[in-house]
Design a protein around this ligand. Structure first.
Ligand code: AR6
Length: 183
């Protein structure tokens, strides 16, 4: 575990579905109907109430699906966190299809939803770095710089947790920050 940015960013390894924060972020897909990876784990452990609210959002707000880079908030069902912020990261196609800007948007829009809802603590998984194939080191740079920029101009959320599923992934993230002198 490591704290950065005057302790407002906490980097750790673990299962994000076990974390008690105001909101955990879901690396969802546009359907908002669940899937594999962290999305599957959240819906499995959180139960039906989350899916029910996702269905309502699809019906009333996003009939075509949640566009890549956008974010919406729901209840967290049986999970220990209070809310879920669902966002859709980009699928990695090699880097020439706006993937970097879309990943940045996924982080910024998730943080904006948290801030507007008055949330103090938010936990992110490494969006797009699993099934969607975004290179981990590149994603680390974008995630950290985007969060840093947001926190510099907003008092909420007060703390952002970056939760990696393996200590190897946490290491890649921390080494990337060191390599590019981003801390
Ligand atoms: N806690 C923390 N991190 C996790 C967990 C967990 N419980 N489970 C996986 N990760 P992914 P994506 C890490 O594939 O790349 C789904 O099918 C994982 O090791 O969950 O954005 C959705 O429905 C990786 O580092 O999300 C979409 O269709 C990171 O979370 C698609 O996958 C993201 O991996 C989204 O793909």
């Amino acid at each position: 575990m490591k704290k950065l940015l005057q302790d407002r960013v906490i980097v750790q390894t673990g299962d994000i579905t076990s974390i008690e924060v105001d909101a955990i972020v879901n690396a969802a897909n546009s359907s908002l109907m669940g899937g594999g990876g962290v999305d599957g784990a959240i819906h499995r452990r959180g139960g039906k109430a989350i899916l029910q609210e996702c269905k309502e959002i699809r019906q009333h707000q996003y009939p075509e699906g949640l566009p890549t880079g956008k974010a919406v908030i729901t209840n967290a069902g049986k999970l220990p966190s209070s809310h879920i912020i669902h966002t859709v990261g980009p699928v990695w196609h090699g880097g020439n299809q706006d993937e970097e800007q879309q990943l940045e948007a996924a982080y910024t829009n998730s943080l904006s939803v948290a801030s507007e809802t008055g949330l103090k603590t938010v936990a992110f998984p490494a969006i797009s770095t699993g099934v969607y194939g975004f290179p981990k080191s590149k994603a680390a740079t974008i995630a950290y710089q985007t969060i840093k920029q947001f926190l510099n101009s907003h008092s909420l959320p007060r703390e952002v947790y970056l939760v990696f599923f393996s200590s190897d992934d946490e290491q890649v993230f921390l080494e990337t920050l060191q390599t590019y002198n981003l801390e």
